[in-house]
Design a protein around this ligand. Structure first.
Ligand code: HPA
Length: 277
């Protein structure tokens, strides 16, 4: 009950601060911070001013919500996300996602950094998430009351939004293969044998986020679009040992290109009739 009232209160705060909700919100993952530079007329509020938003565990950066527009599309950017590996809690983004929905947001765009399991997606490439594997089999909906918790995950990543992303990528001559993202709890990287097993399961990329948020967003009735930026070949598939610093460095190296593409994609959503009825 308390969680519900803090969601409603946060939605109310967002409305009085920023007015009508933008149709689109974007969670910025590792390497995607450059997206904020494409935000026009930005306004911002720290997560610490929004009761339903849990501060991120990153030192010196508790998280910021920015609101502005890209082209003609109004958008909210969530700079900072909680990861399950921070405190073993996969519900860290529940309050944020539910308040965005209560405010009136319709689409959640997720971005992340990931390790590639496929030779056709070398470091620096982008992947459009078509489906996911919840390898830890953890759910942020455990303990939720009612039948709404039995969420259909058969089409979690919105087909119309994926088609739009593919069109924008083609127009910009950007390779955007679709693939399956596998959530690994982390924070340690995977072993080579785990990666061979995940590839046999059908995973194309592996990362430590996104899946709990997709489940939360679908439960809340939001449409989901998700993009991965490959920062490394997954364990055993590349020549170098995996470090957080090296993945961040690769994310920085290709982040500008990824950010530009995302800004174009968000701007293109202004012309999507299903979002502007
Ligand atoms: N494994 C898990 N998460 C990641 C990786 C990886 O190889 N690269 C970036 N995030």
């Amino acid at each position: 009950m308390q969680a519900e009232s803090s969601t409603a209160h946060t939605a109310q705060l967002l409305g009085s601060r920023f007015g009508t909700a933008p149709e689109v919100a974007v969670i910025l993952g590792s390497g995607w911070g450059g997206v904020t530079q494409h935000l026009l007329e930005p306004q911002q509020i720290p997560y610490t001013d929004l009761p339903a938003f849990e501060p991120t565990g990153v030192e010196g950066h508790a998280g910021t919500l920015l609101v502005g527009r890209m082209g003609n599309q109004r958008v909210a950017l969530l700079a900072g996300r909680r990861h399950t590996y921070e405190n073993n809690d996969c519900t860290g983004m529940a309050g944020a996602i539910r308040s965005l929905q209560a405010w009136g947001v319709q689409v959640l765009v997720q971005t992340n950094a990931a390790g590639s399991l496929r030779a056709h997606m070398p470091p620096g490439s982008l992947m459009l998430i078509a489906d996911h594997i919840n390898a830890p089999q953890r759910s942020p909906l455990v303990g939720e009351p009612g039948n709404a918790r039995f969420v259909d995950m058969g089409a979690a990543y919105d087909a119309e939004l994926r088609a739009q992303a593919t069109r924008v990528a083609q127009a910009a001559s950007i390779a955007l293969p679709e693939g399956t993202y596998l959530w690994a709890l982390g924070p340690q990287f995977e072993t080579p044998t785990e990666i061979r097993m995940f590839a046999a399961w059908g995973a194309d990329a592996v990362g430590m986020s996104t899946v709990p948020e997709t489940i939360l967003a679908r439960h809340a009735g939001l449409r989901v679009l998700a993009l991965s930026l490959m920062t490394n070949m997954a364990a055993g598939l590349g020549h170098e040992s995996l470090t957080h610093a090296a993945t961040l460095e690769q994310a920085r190296a290709s982040g500008d290109y990824a950010a530009r593409f995302l800004a174009e994609l968000v701007a293109s959503l202004a012309d999507l009739p299903s979002l502007h009825s």
